[in-house]
Design a protein around this ligand. Sequence first.
Ligand code: GRG
Length: 286
Amino acid sequence: MELGDYLKEKKKIVDEYLENQLPSEKINPSLIHRSIRYSVLNGGKRLRPILTMMTAELLGKPYQSVLPAAAGIELIHCFSLVHDDLPCMDDDDYRRGKLTSHKVFGEGIAVLTGDALLVMGLDFICNNAEVEGVSKESVLQVIKKVLDMLGTRKMLGGQVEDINWQFREQNHNNILDIYLKKTSALICASLETGALLSQANEEEISSLSQFGENIGLAFQITDDLLDLQQDKKDNEKPSYPAIFGIEKSKEEIKEYCNKAKENLLTFGNRAELFYKLVDYVQYRKE
Ligand code: GRG
């Protein structure tokens, strides 16, 4: 199957699931439910839940067996975006081409929307324990993995370093360290969620985790490169492309994409779609 068709098909499945499972605006308190739906049902690519479902399929399981957890991962991603956009963080007016949550609902409700999405995301993951054939122990392992990813040594810590960038030397290693924590960590957790729920072995989990680190780095450098080329960021916060330039960034993206492909060797040609995904990350234009 072509990757483009696969991504489109799976995005539709995630969108429909979220549309049906998120609380209706008619339920009180209506305002927060409206804000939650606005912040989630707004055209995201759904790459992280798609990675969870792709991993299940790679390991011979149906995507349905990991769908609640995959949707939970997307809610956690949306939480991080809502908080990242706040005036006290990146102070962005637009997200996914629409006004950011705090621009529409105000800062207080945006903070609470992020909090609600994090809690709901973990709840969705717990719901995966009800899926036939999925062990409760594997769901507990996923919760532990996701909490570790969210913690001060990973995503939260990456954000601390990101907003305090003035106090740290902006060299190659320090910038990549932030990228590993704030972007690769969630991508790794998306893959490992699919793997743990599908009873993957140690070698498979380790390969997917290394793959996640490499593809996450390539993804974030590309993200910053696209921002720079499209002149999107109006703050002076440094990024890999802003410091090292476009050519060096492209070399770096290529290097991490090549490493990611090496990590896939464990799976042979079963990983065909994953190889295509690496090319997509390397050459994406949006
Ligand atoms: C973990 C407790 C805790 C706090 C969160 C706010 C925060 C700390 C972290 C933010 C991290 C962040 C926003 C990283 C950027 C990741 C990134 C490249 C986002 C864009 O991803 P896409 O292109 O977006 O997949 P769509 O809109 O398609 O989902």
